[in-house]
Structure formats: C-alpha cells, structure tokens
Design a protein around this ligand. Sequence first.
Ligand code: SAH
Length: 658
Amino acid sequence: MTDFAQLREAMVARQIAGRGITDPAILEAFQAVPRESFVPEGLREFAYRDSPLPIGEGQTISQPHIVASMIEAAEIGPEDRVLEVGAGSGYAAAVLSHLAGDVFAVERHAGLAREARERLAALGIGNCAVIAGDGMAGMPDEAPFDAILVAARSETVPDALRQQLKVGGRLIIPVGGEDVQQLRCIVRSGEHRWDSHDLAAVRFVPLLPGTVAEDGGRTASNHKPARDLTLPQLIARHRVPLPPIEDPAFADVFDRFADKRVVMLGECSHGTREFYEARAAITRRLVEHHGFTIVAAEADWPDAAVLDRAIRHRPPRHGAERPFRRFPTWMWRNPVIAQLMHDLHAINRDRAPDRMAGFFGLDIYNMSGSIEAVLAFLDETDPAAAAVARERYGCLTPWQSDPATYGRMALNRGYGECEDAVIAQCRDLLEAALERDGEAFGAAMNGRLVASAERYYRIMYYGGAESWNLRDEHMADTLGHLLEHGGPSAKAVVWAHNSHIGDARATDMGAVRGEHNIGQLARERWGDDVALIGFGTHTGTVSAATDWDGDREVKRVIPSRPDSYERQCHEATLECGNERFLLVPGADEALRARLSHPMLERFIGVIYRPQTERWSHYSDAVLSRQFDAYVWFDETRALEPGGHEPHEGVADTFPFGV
Ligand code: SAH
C-alpha cells in the first residue's frame, strides 16, 4: 500500500520548503491535509506529484507549490476571514482552514462544490464553508475579507473582489490571457487605493461567469455550442470585463494593442464623459509604459499646438490665441482633457525632449489660427518670407473669420481664387521644414492645413463625399507626417469619432456614399500595425447641440433600437452583468462571423436630434470589419465642459487659461 504520510512529508520538504517557503505554519498546514482525499480514486497514487491533477468537469487541482505560493503571499493570520474563488476539489480551502479563522470557498460547478463540502466534512474541518456560486462577484454578504485567493485566471481583476478586501487586505489572482498569466498580489492600502505587484508566471484554468448546476443543466450559457447561442449570449461569452475607469488597472486590458504603431480610439458621440475618461486612461498607459509619444486628435492643429507647448515644457508662443474657442468648445475644453494634459506634462518632466509625448490636432477647421501661426513663425525667422506669405494669404483675409463664405464665393465664380497662393506658400514652408527643424515642422503643418482648408471650404458646397474625403485625407496625411517626423519607432494614439476611425468600407459611408476615412486610410497604409477601437453605449445623457453653432444641451440618449449592435451589447450586459467590457470580434471565429452581418449602429456627433433619431443618427455597419475591438459602456453621462483643478508646478491658467 502507498504510504501517503511519507509521500506528503517528502512533498512538503521538496516542493514547498525546498522552493523557499519556510513559514512553519504553512508547512504544518500542508502536512495536515491529506491531498490524496482530494483527487479521483484512480489518481490517488499521483496525489503528491509536483503537478496539477484533474478533478472532473475539466478542472484541475493546483500544483502544491503554487497553492503554497499564493497562501504565502496572502499572509494569512490565525484570525483572518479568507475567501477562495474556485474551490474545485476543496484542497486549497482545506489548507487555508488550518491557517485562517474562517474560510469561504466559492465554486461555480455545483457538483464540485458538493464533493468538496463532503470531503471537508469527512476531515472534520469546521471553519470552512463551500458555496456553489459565481465567485466573480465575491461574497458580498460575508465581506470584507482579510485575504482573497482566486484559483482561476482572469484578464482583469474583478472589481467586486477588490472592493471586498479590508483595508490592508491582500488579493492574490492570476491575471492574463490563455497562454500565461502573472500571479498578482493586490494590497488594498487605503479606502480608495490598491497597490499591486507580480509574483510569478503561472498557468491556470479560466475564471468563467455564471454557475453550472449539478445535473449538468446550465444556468449560464457557457457550455452550449456557439450556434445555439443568441448574439448577446455570444458577446457575453467573449467579452473582456473592464474595471471602473478610475481603477488604476482599467487600461491594462488594452496592453494587447501596445505593439501597434497606431492605436485609434473612437467614440459614438462627441459629448460622452466615459469615452473621454476611458480614452484618457488608455492614452496615459500607452504613453507611460509602451512608448507612444504622439497623441493626435480630431482637433484643430493650431489650438492643439498651444497645449502641446505647455505639456512639453516650452514657453507659450507670443501672440498665440486662446485655444479651442470655436464651436463645439466642450470637445476639448473639458476637465478630462485638462487632466490628461496635466498628466502628460508630469510624465514629460523627466524625459528628454525627443522622448516627450506631444498633443497634436489633425483637423482643418481653424484656418485663421494656422495663418496666424505661419506668419508669426516667419516674422521671427525670415521677415522677407513673411512679407511674401502675408501677400499670399491676403487673398483669404476678407474671409478669414467666415471661411464658409469664401467657399460660397469661390463656387459662384467657379474657381479657386486663392488656391495657387496657398499651395505655393505650403510648398515653401515644407521645403523650409526639410532644412530646419523644431518650429519649422509646426509651421509647415500649418501651411499644409491652410492649403487643405482652402480646398475644403471651396468644395464644401458641392457637399458630401468630396469634402469629407479631403478632410480625412488631410488627417491621415498629418498623422503620417507626425509618425515620419518622430522616426521609425514613433507610435501614435489617435482620438476621433467612430465615423472617422471605423473602417469606412464596412459602413454605409464607404459602401453607399463613396466616403473614406482616417481608419480606412491608416489600414491601407500601415496594415496590421493599426488597431481601430470603437466605443458604444445603450443610453444615458450626452452633451450636444440641436443646430450647428448652437448652445450645448444635456440631452437624453434614447435607449438603442432593437435592430442595432448597441442593443445586442446591451442585452449582453443584462446576460453577464458587466456594464463595461471590451469586445474583440477576431478573438473567436463564431463571434466574428455573427458580427459580420450588417446591422444598425448609432452615430451622434456634436448635434443630436432624438426626434429624428433613426434617420439622423443610425446607419448600417458591419462591426467585425469596421473595428478591431469595441468598448462598451452600457449607460453613459454627458461630458461637462470647462473647469480644472490647479496643479503644482504649472501656471494656474494651464492648460486653458493661456
Ligand atoms: N483551488 C482548487 C483549484 C481549482 S481550479 C483546488 O485546490 O482544487 C479552479 C476552479 O475555479 C475550477 O473548479 C473552476 O470550476 C472554478 N471557477 C472558475 N470560474 C469560477 C467562478 N466565476 N466562480 C467560482 N468558481 C470558478
């Protein structure tokens, strides 16, 4: 007969103490639990091997050394209340029960939970409850806990678990994708503060939502074949839950895009606070940890340049206008952008100038700001050239404050009055930029902008595709110049509306109206080096105007239509309980296929007209081709304009008082 006591002693000595875990209490606890009672009959002889073992339902009992590492990191004291998520066989729970005051172990398979409960009872363990349930939600009724151990991997740390830690409590969880995870130790160091560090690379089975009943009847959809699932169920199955945006770990999930050269972040309205906050968090992460130095937005170049100087610790340009005064001001004059600028300013403080992150505008609407910037640059560097430029741009002067009128005039006369002049000026500036560096690059970008804007306003009156295309080509070219200027390793984050960043070929824009956009052009140019990430919502409030140039109003967003992608995602939220998630259509073939049928998608710009919502704001799209990923916020709030807190080390007026 196998001498289990002897095998156990050898296991503790070799696999646990031998690998540096020396706390006598832990070693005693392992010595006290007969591991052979926790594995299937036929596998008992292998119970003390240095490996995980199957326990039924496709699950495994973890390797002793891993269990020991988790317990050591959790620093369990004799009075502690401990939660284990993923009780499985009950083995780890049994070891824990020898170290802690009370142990609560949750297991999603009701059958496994019952067996574990029976084993613990047979061993006379009285301070450990095994509960059948979904441990992703923790155990709110028993919280808070001194320690929480999760025996299944997760892409993100479930927020419920963090919240159920006592201050000072420790959460141990394997975080990462399928192949390998980091065993992470998260310490709740304050009411609103969590610190974390990684312990080791590990491999665990996945943490899955829902529960599985004893008779095999599924209370959740996880085991049905994909073809038997509704689209919302399929979305729920493949979604990656996102923590609250203010959680420091919010953006970690987006590390999967960090190896791209260009990451484009969309929005399905220009006035939704969550989209701004999420994009700011993702941008900070990409800039701080992944070498992105270009933050380029659907904002006007000369206006963004004012903020750019400030965040890169350069003095303001004399005579520069206060930025972002043009409708719709809330798009950039808002507390989220103010905070992001402060953060980039702080990140840049310790960086050499060529490693600093910059903020750039891709859009063409502030033509007069660009003219002014070009003239100011030439006045300082080359007065003779400034005189020539003044003459050339003089052609546009009468129209500067109202360039649309220039367009109407040019249309009436049937030609582009100022075209040759602005193109000549642009060419001169580009040539100068090739010879000089620094400020000359910005001046050349402004010169390009004036040339694009002149054409834009001229053709605007033909309407539709041509002017749209020109604007998006200008944006794509500007992005190209920024990347080129930044050198071969330069990487960019782009902020623009879903209608700009979602591949136009996958929507009515391309299919029906002959429009292309920056997302499509970027894919054509940089291929797989681009990630297009759309953002969507079901309902809530939004900042928008009723007419162009109108006042900002906070409007209610009508709940999404039944025939829309938004409704599919909303129902997925109801299915899985996650209000926020990331969906990667390419992560699963069945999901991709189901997201490849056209469906309605909502587009809210700076104008929102709920009365005519179907025709003003919905359009056909094929989500799986439009985006590489889609970020979902089930309910969202209006972006409020203005206001920012003063910060140490920068002028009170920064960034908007300048
Ligand atoms: N600690 C266990 C190891 C179990 S493996 C032992 O010592 O045997 C991980 C377990 O987590 C599996 O049994 C799996 O069914 C369970 N699990 C996965 N997702 C879960 C969830 N959301 N809630 C509870 N248990 C979960």
